[in-house]
Design a protein around this ligand. Structure first.
Ligand SMILES: *Cc1c(COP(=O)(O)O)cnc(C)c1O
Length: 373
């Protein structure tokens, strides 16, 4: 089978290998069979291993996109009468605030500048001001801007106040190395189609088993999206409570084999190579990035729109898309940006090929990359 290879420079779903795509083609199986439960068990263990979790940590799978994990953690891990503090410096933490609003969860929205990392002192002050906070939440890598947050320090601050620390690691997991213990994280999350380079529809939370058990006594604010209920069902039966995304599970098992074969360090080195190639290509064409380089995650570049009136993101996007490359709009407040991302099964030559196409698009539409001031 010959499958066209597209280079996705959007922030996930990411470019996958053919072997991962083809792993979905399997004989039909009822996911309630013992054989399937055995596969799920191995998968759950691997998801903990990727972030170097010890025996205190477990993983719980859900059938849904990454936002489902955010919903699950926020609605399930808050004790009665307590508050969530969201250290919010971007679109994904803003989404967490919206989830709090939707459930009516008491929360503190600690709004911080979007173009730089969360200020740990601001978190410390907010915690000192409000002894009712029991859950501290942030985003490791704000995928909208490309800013990386100092989770180890935020986690330490949360723990000094006896709070549980939840981090959205959807756009770093299985790319930037994470050590869930040393990074002071109680719960983190991701979905299969980003760092793992698998398919959409499978999401998971990795976290402290004792805290999941403790949460059985917290108010049950959702039926489908409750962390303890899903965990408990896994413990009793080895399966998801409701129908799992069967084919995505097979793809993810293959993606995990490829993850271990490549290795944590080599994979991160590859993403770094791609990221640097993106920066080189942009600099050669005269593009500017929005976020200071030292604040960037190493995975997403937010590029400022040039000031030439001929510039049209849509036209450039379509030109690239027709040639197999996907670029993505930005997500940083009102700043006019687009994004190029280093996720997925891609490497330097793909970026070199992309910049040839981008250059041709600029020529085609007579776009001059320049900035006023
Ligand atoms: C992709 C992503 C999500 C999940 O988005 P979905 O569209 O629900 O898959 C959540 N958080 C971050 C930081 C992300 O990058």
């Amino acid at each position: 089978m010959n499958i066209k290879r597209n280079i996705l420079l959007n922030p996930g779903p990411a470019t996958t290998s053919d072997t991962v795509k083809l792993a979905q083609v399997v004989p039909d199986i009822c996911p309630r069979e013992r054989d399937f439960a055995v596969l799920m068990q191995g998968l759950r263990r691997d998801l903990v291993r990727i972030v170097h979790g010890d025996e205190r940590y477990t993983s719980v799978l859900f059938c849904g996109s990454g936002t489902m994990n955010m919903d699950v953690c926020l609605n399930s891990l808050l004790p009665a009468g307590k508050k969530v503090l969201v250290a919010n410096n971007g679109a994904y933490s803003a989404r967490a605030v919206e989830i709090c609003e939707a459930y009516g969860l008491p929360h503190v929205n600690l709004r911080l500048p979007v173009e730089r990392p969360v200020d740990v002192d601001a978190v410390e002050r907010a915690l000192a001001d409000d002894p009712d906070v029991a859950l501290v939440y942030t985003t490791h890598h704000e995928t909208g801007s490309g800013v990386l947050n100092p989770i180890r320090e935020i986690g330490a601050a949360a723990h000094r106040r006896g709070c549980t620390f939840v981090v959205d690691t959807t756009s770093t997991y299985a790319m930037r190395p994470i050590n869930i213990v040393e990074d002071n994280v109680d719960f983190l999350m991701a979905s299969a189609q980003k760092g793992l380079q698998s398919m959409t529809g499978l999401s998971f939370v990795v976290g402290r088993e004792d805290k999941i058990r403790e949460s059985a006594a917290f108010p049950r604010r959702s039926y489908y999206c409750n962390l303890f209920l899903q965990y408990d069902y896994f413990e009793k039966t080895g399966e998801m409570h409701f129908t799992p995304p069967v084919q995505t599970v097979y793809a993810t098992l293959q993606a995990l084999r490829e993850y271990w074969a490549e290795g944590e360090e080599a994979k991160w080195a590859r993403h770094t190579r791609v990221f640097e190639a993106i920066h080189r290509g942009l600099a050669e064409l005269g593009f500017r990035d929005l976020v200071r380089r030292e604040y960037q995650s190493g995975l997403v570049v937010s590029v400022c729109y040039p000031d030439d009136p001929n510039w049209s993101f849509e036209k450039v996007h379509d030109y690239c898309y027709e040639r197999g490359f996907t670029i993505y709009p930005g997500k940083v407040g009102s700043a006019r940006t687009f994004r190029l991302c280093a996720l997925g099964q891609i490497d330097e030559p793909d970026i070199a090929a992309f910049f040839k196409v981008l250059k041709a698009a600029l020529q085609e539409y007579k776009i001059e990359v320049r900035y006023n001031g």
